[in-house]
Design a protein around this ligand. Structure first.
Ligand code: UDP
Length: 254
């Protein structure tokens, strides 16, 4: 991963120049951070698992008509993606109270929400990712009203589809964060799903025990962090057991 031009390096991923114009290579690291980088660590094997988990989920979403930046997985830690102009808004969808929502409103973790709630955060490390409203987003020109409509419609479709997919393997999709980008084709622009979908940016709880199988194990020092990511991949049927070719579909629970 050394000779290619590095376009961007974040906490968990590196973006390199891709093999053709309009493409990038997304490299998944084992590094983890939380609480706006105040907590840092390494989750061994996370990059390999998130590369596969995100490949799997983005591919299923693409099959149901959700446009994404994902092209194909290249190797254990890298995937080819389309270069997009990232919209500087994190879209969080919540089904069950947890994390910052529980703290802000004093709602106990695990309380089902009366309906799915969407929140927006401005992508700025310096400002600590402040929560923003549609008014801020459109007034400051981070996204046009039409872009925002498309993002909300896509986020809700992703939520419906992934909630069902995870339920089928005994996991509750508590909440998750999405990022979107503008994909330019000639003079046309469409909004596509970007970044990654993995236990780094989803809360996933076991349906029966409420055991956390996501980055909260790292955030809250719950232990068995690596095992949690492996368990999600195993349930999705994508944990490579006998080598990279040995990839099956999800095992639906009875
Ligand atoms: N999230 C994320 N990146 C962030 C902040 C949140 O991926 O910078 C995800 C997080 O994993 C969770 C959801 O967004 O699935 C909602 O997070 P919340 O606002 O509760 O913040 P947290 O408690 O994680 O700080």
């Amino acid at each position: 991963m050394s000779r290619r031009r590095r376009i961007y390096e974040g906490r968990a991923k590196v973006l390199f120049e891709g093999p053709e114009p309009g493409t990038l290579v997304q490299y998944f690291k084992d590094d983890a951070s939380a609480f706006n980088n105040k907590k840092q660590g390494v989750i061994t094997g996370k990059g390999v698992l998130n590369n596969r988990i995100s490949e799997y989920l983005m591919s299923r979403l693409s099959e149901i008509g959700v446009p994404t930046h994902f092209v194909r997985r290249l190797n254990m830690r890298e995937q080819l993606i389309r270069e997009v102009e990232i919209i500087p808004i994190e879209v969080v969808v919540r089904n069950v109270a947890a994390g910052s929502l529980s703290k802000r409103f004093g709602i106990p973790e695990g309380t089902p929400l009366p309906r799915s709630i969407i929140e927006y955060y401005y992508k700025s490390e310096e400002l600590g990712h402040p929560m923003v409203t549609e008014e801020h987003i459109t007034a400051f020109g981070w996204a046009a009203p039409q872009d925002l409509d498309d993002m909300v419609a896509l986020a809700l479709r992703v939520n419906d589809y992934l909630s069902g997919l995870f339920l089928g393997i005994g996991l509750k999709l508590v909440d998750f964060k999405l990022e979107f980008g503008r994909l330019w084709e000639e003079d046309d622009m469409r909004i596509v799903l970007a970044d990654e979908i993995s236990p780094d940016n989803c809360r996933l709880w076991d349906i029966k025990t409420n055991e956390k199988l996501d980055k909260d194990r790292f955030r809250q020092d719950l232990g068995k962090v690596e095992e949690a990511y492996q368990e999600v991949a195993r349930r999705l049927g994508i944990l490579p057991e006998g080598g990279p070719g040995d990839v099956k579909g999800p095992k639906t629970l009875q």
